[in-house]
Design a protein around this ligand. Structure first.
Ligand SMILES: [Zn+2]
Length: 349
């Protein structure tokens, strides 16, 4: 069987959309007809070469999406043919099968345990989660990366409690989901910080109580007007080392927690004043929101179905697979929050 996939052939060059051959399923693998894929900054970084040398070229990519199971390999028990599934890079229960090798007219095409920039994809059992058939597959696609990373950083990494004050640095897809997580956790105030006013408008829509636009205001005085003693939690989702530094500086002495979510570029360094740590502040890394997919993903599904979590404001543009390079450009240039690739869409935007 053949399918259409977007392939990174060379870093710094546009993805090539071409036909690939799907291999027979190995033990623990699942063949999924992908319906929607999100695009996140990880793929921008991969495409542009911001993560350093890429040893796997040419390869498939994409790590959040939704689709329907077409077939399962030997030993797969988590899902069956015709199930609706969430696709995520986060490892849950089930077999962990490292990579898939496709082929095309250019030869071998590599892929990890999960890729979603394709009409069909062979994924590892532990990267699929069954979804209720009533869920919107376009919205649920964001449960693969943006939602668990942003909401999970608040719930799991920072372990936010009701009434705690929180800052979110950078309100792209993940930062906005952190705002949504802060609302669900009962945090107050919820302060969103960015350079882009239109993203801050969406942050307010999603429940931020205050916003600071760094193009118009100085950060420190603006924060002091809201809290003199510092914030309980700061979530950094911009990927800029200077924001990581500011996140630690902004939290309160004796127990304030700064969580680093954003991915800095390869080679960038974070500078810290160690006295910040002597004050009892905590700097925490996060493995994409530190989720346990088997227990956390069903919780996010419930939030989405009940309307407590609304991701519609994040999905402002939908692209066809053949137009995926525009989606990546628009994400990098800040024109869209979370581009969605609709595999059924034929027309070019
Ligand atoms: Zn991602």
């Amino acid at each position: 069987m053949k399918t259409l996939a977007a392939i990174l052939v060379e870093t710094g060059k546009p993805l090539v959309v071409e036909e690939i051959d799907i291999p027979d399923l190995k033990e623990g693998q699942v063949l999924v007809e992908v319906k929607y894929s999100g695009v996140c900054h990880t793929q921008v970084a991969e495409c542009r070469g911001y993560r350093g040398i890429d040893a796997y070229l040419p390869h498939c990519l994409g790590h959040e999406g939704t689709g329907n199971v077409m077939a399962v390999g030997p030993g797969v028990t988590k899902v069956k043919e015709a199930d609706t599934v969430l696709l995520s890079w986060m490892k849950g229960s089930g077999a962990d099968v490292p990579g898939t090798v496709y082929s095309s007219s250019r030869g071998r095409i590599n892929a990890g345990g999960i890729t979603t920039f394709a009409r069909h994809s062979v994924v590892s059992e532990n990267r699929v989660t069954p979804l209720p058939s009533s869920i919107s597959l376009s919205e649920a696609a964001l449960l693969g990366c943006a939602v668990p990373t942003g909401v999970g950083a608040v719930f799991n990494t920072a372990q936010a409690r009701p009434g705690q004050s929180i800052l979110v640095f950078g309100v792209g897809g993940v930062g906005l989901c952190a705002v949504a997580g802060a609302v669900l956790a009962g945090c107050k105030p919820i302060v969103a910080i960015d350079v882009n006013d239109s993203k801050l408008r969406i942050a307010r829509q999603m429940g931020a109580t205050q916003t600071i636009c760094l193009r118009q205001e100085e950060l420190v005085p603006a924060l002091q007007q809201i809290s003199k003693s510092g914030f309980d939690i700061a979530i950094e989702a911009s990927g800029r080392p200077v924001a990581m530094q500011q996140a630690l500086e902004s939290v309160r002495s004796m127990g304030g927690i700064a969580v680093i979510l954003g991915n800095a570029r390869f080679g960038e360094q974070l500078q810290l004043d160690p006295r910040q740590l002597n004050q009892g502040k905590q700097l925490r890394g996060s493995w994409g929101g530190d989720n346990q997919p088997s227990t956390d993903f069903p919780l996010y599904v419930d939030y989405l179905l009940s309307g407590k979590l609304n991701v519609k404001p994040l999905i402002t543009s939908t692209y066809s697979l053949s137009d995926i390079n525009s989606a990546i450009d628009d994400l990098e240039n800040g024109k869209v929050i979370r581009p969605l690739i609709a595999m059924d869409l034929q027309t070019i935007n």
